[in-house]
Design a protein around this ligand. Structure first.
Ligand code: SF4
Length: 428
């Protein structure tokens, strides 16, 4: 297979020292994942067992849903539940019965734990098991935690997908399983590229509908599309499936390397691989070079947030000409991001976890051209004169694979353009 990408760095970051941080951290909780998961899984319902705060988070983050019959809701834990004065378990069962009676379209129901349900130790696994037996085979009831005590915002998707793996049927078929919730249009582009390489037995987790033929077994090879799916990776490993390690499909280089890893696993002919990828690679390179003009020569500092930080730092440094000062990630799982670390040239500080005040001090001292961080940090840093990019946008926007590579670079150049315009206006 032709490899005309940027040469490998003399020393990558796989074995670079990692600054481990432990302290106050600023991130959304795992409930946030429901915002994109409910769009993807068209017959699923996410019932958050939480407080009014949790309901408010969901409603405000997914305000657009007021125009449609929602696929998520909150079973509110009242003060009496929290004080142990009511049987919350029985109330939850009544709530589920009311919901399923009203909504016959629901085929998968996720009971999503929150901080309050964890504090009062509501046993959602037991509830899900009991309800699953009661409503089978029409509805499958699963549970996972989206609590802020346990999860950062992208871990909600990981917990959700990992909860589905143990109940998947067994198969001996040779198949590729692509893991991660992508917008449908992006998923279709990916499936089209794989089909052109004659890889046809491809399944996607999560499937769009519960009645898909999704199954797993020892002849399943799987590849992740998101770097925050470490729990799902472990769950699939337990089912005997084989992980295909690869850089993540961000940018031209990441997408080509991701596809190449799949092609090698399935013995795709070299000429066919080159023929299929030639035109989209050229389009992606052109789009990136146009969108990244403003990024070339600029520096970037990542606060830990989405777990996309390492693959994105690889993309920005190798394809957009940026220099990474610090790449902070909530967790660094080398089994997942190792191939991206190999490509990321030694130099930036790699940090894991967060002590927000110390990290802010490092950021202020470095004065990066662009800071990628959560919403809570972006406004104060903007006020201090730093250009920022909200990490959460990178999860909500289609950014994977060739056709989105230019948009991905554009997401980072936009804050720099905005700041340049503000400076110009101020000078006039
Ligand atoms: S799960 Fe916890 S952090 Fe998330 S909205 Fe509810 S109370 Fe807040």
């Amino acid at each position: 297979m032709t490899d005309d990408s940027t040469p490998l760095p003399a020393t990558g970051c796989r074995d670079a020292p990692v600054l481990k941080q432990r302290g106050q951290h600023e991130v959304f909780c795992g409930l946030t994942g429901i915002i994109w998961l409910h769009r993807k899984m068209q017959d699923a319902f996410f019932l958050v067992v939480g407080s009014r705060t949790c309901a408010h988070l969901l409603q405000s983050a997914a305000g657009v849903m007021i125009f449609a019959e929602p696929r998520f809701g909150t079973a509110i834990l009242e003060e009496t539940d929290l004080a142990g004065l009511a049987d919350a378990q029985a109330e939850l069962e009544r709530e589920v019965a009311r919901l399923l009676e009203r909504r016959k379209d629901i085929r998968q129901l996720f009971l999503v734990g929150s901080c309050p349900s964890e504090v009062i130790k509501l046993d959602l696994a037991r509830a899900a098991e009991k309800l699953s037996l009661q409503y089978a085979p029409h509805v499958r009831v699963l549970n996972y935690s989206g609590s802020g005590i346990e999860t950062t915002f992208t871990e909600g998707e990981d917990a959700c997908l990992a909860s589905m793996v143990p109940v998947l049927p067994e198969t001996d078929e040779r198949q590729l399983l692509v893991v991660g919730a992508l917008p449908d249009v992006v998923e279709d582009q990916m499936l089209d590229l794989l089909s052109k390489m004659s890889i046809d037995n491809v399944k996607v987790l999560p499937a769009r509908r519960a009645d898909s033929t999704l199954a797993v077994g020892p002849n399943t090879s799987f590849i992740l599309t998101q770097p925050f799916l470490g729990g799902t990776l472990a769950a699939l490993g337990k089912r005997g499936a084989r992980h295909i390690p690869a850089p993540f499909p961000f940018g031209e280089e990441g997408t080509t390397a991701w596809l190449r890893a799949v092609a090698m696993e399935f013995g795709v002919d070299i000429t066919l691989f080159d023929t299929v990828t030639h035109a989209p690679r050229a389009r992606a390179k052109k789009a990136i070079s146009q969108a990244s003009e403003k990024l070339d020569g600029k520096s970037v500092f990542f606060f830990p947030d989405s777990q996309l930080e390492i693959p994105l730092a690889r993309f920005l440094t190798r394809e957009c000409g940026m220099t990474a000062i610090e790449v902070g990630a909530p967790y660094i799982h080398k089994g997942v991001v190792g191939p991206d670390l190999d490509l990321l040239e030694e130099g930036p500080t790699l940090s894991e976890g967060q002590d927000v005040e110390m990290q802010l001090d490092r950021c202020r001292a470095a004065q990066p051209d662009l800071t990628v961080c959560g919403l809570g940090l972006a406004n104060p840093l903007e006020a201090e004169g730093l250009a920022t990019k909200w990490a959460i946008e990178l999860v909500f926007t289609p950014v994977h694979f060739y056709e989105q590579a230019g948009d991905l670079a554009g997401l980072f150049s936009r804050p720099l353009n905005r700041r340049a315009k503000l400076r110009l206006e101020a000078a006039e």
